[in-house]
Design a binder for this molecule. Structure first.
Ligand code: TRP
Ligand code: SF4
Length: 326
């Protein structure tokens, strides 16, 4: 039986945080048991946004690799590689660019939103408009059936499907499959300030944070604003701390609800208990992360092997693509 194929990628733009682990990486790790998985550190995608600070990307690539391995991504099973080690991504992007109407890219909601929201960098570039075409190339190069992604990436996956159908019908082939999203199953973990967890908001718990840092961060989390004193009953459903209980202390959500609504226990204790749980949860990840992070030679070896395996698959697809087009 041939396994279904999975592809996903992440841009190396800094340290990974708890949101990446709970939201995405747990899925990735689980899929390794049942699928042929290809996971790419997409440094060319990072470059599209960070081209002015391009020198940072190299070290982010290694950090990301160490983060992934610490979380359980297994290079013996999944193909783990750096996008720019496989030039076929750019070659396929070129073929796909030729048949991608400009209007599809200009209408892309993610593109419009990022142009609006990101003002620190000039994203009015040719490459950035074509971001989803490179993403489509990533996915199609490995003929992925399924793509684990966050909800914000759904428009890009839709574009991938449209581009692949257009390719197949234009050249009369059945080369590319329709890929399906695998959406994060865990309720999204919010940042410490209840906004989306994101490095740019400075509201993250990072995989490498020390126990002391985690204690301090959790201590400062916003709780139910109506609960000012211990004797005020709280409302767990509006409290971000409580939403973390569901992920990190699932067996204690009932107790937490009871002491919160009954004003039996204060927020300080409630948070302390959560911080301890997060610390224990991250302890093995952090230990592995520090070990991998120091072993550049090992990471190089992993990425080199991954690149060979990825290029091998990519070369086969490109042979078919060239044959279909020329
Ligand atoms: N655009 C994705 C993001 O920012 C990263 C990415 C690039 C990706 N290529 C991909 C995700 C292919 C899934 C499949 O999160
Ligand atoms: Fe939130 Fe816990 Fe305080 Fe209730 S007791 S408001 S759940 S921190």
């Amino acid at each position: 039986m041939t396994l279904k194929r999975v592809f996903s990628g992440m841009r190396p733009t800094g340290k990974l945080h708890l949101g990446h682990l709970v939201g995405a990486l747990h899925n990735w790790v689980r899929l390794q048991d049942t699928h042929h998985c290809v996971y790419s550190i997409v440094d060319w995608h990072a470059l599209m946004g960070e081209y002015e600070q391009s020198k940072n990307i190299r070290s982010y690539v290694y950090e990301m690799c160490a983060d992934w391995l610490a979380c359980g991504v297994d290079p013996e099973r999944a193909i783990v590689f750096v996008q720019s080690d496989v030039p076929e991504h750019l070659e396929l992007q070129m073929f796909l660019s030729c048949l991608t109407p400009l209007g599809w890219l200009e209408r892309n909601p993610t593109y419009k939103e990022q142009l609006r929201e990101i003002t620190s960098r000039d994203l009015q570039t040719y490459a950035f408009l074509g971001y989803p075409v490179l993403q489509a190339a990533d996915i199609l190069l490995y003929k992925a059936d399924e793509v684990p992604i966050g909800e914000d990436q759904l428009p890009h996956l839709e574009l991938t499907r449209e581009i692949s159908r257009r390719f197949n019908s234009m050249y009369g082939v059945d080369l590319f499959k329709d890929c399906k999203p695998i959406l994060d199953t865990t309720a999204r973990l919010m940042g410490l300030d209840s906004r989306k967890m994101s490095k740019s908001y400075g509201n993250t718990i990072n995989l490498v944070d020390t126990p002391e840092e985690i204690q301090a961060k959790v201590k400062n989390m916003i709780t139910d604003p109506q609960r000012l004193r211990l004797k005020d009953p709280g409302h767990p459903d509006v409290c971000n701390v409580f939403s973390y209980y569901k992920t990190f202390l699932p067996a204690q959500t009932m107790d937490a609800r009871a002491w919160c609504e009954g004003a039996l226990k204060g927020c300080t204790d409630c948070k302390k208990q959560l911080a301890d749980a997060v610390i224990e949860y991250l302890r093995p990840v952090r230990e592995k992360r520090l070990k991998f992070g120091e072993d550049r030679a090992f990471l190089d070896e992993v990425l080199k092997k991954g690149a060979v395996r990825a290029r091998n698959e990519a070369a086969q697809t490109m042979a078919e693509v060239r044959k279909a087009v020329f």
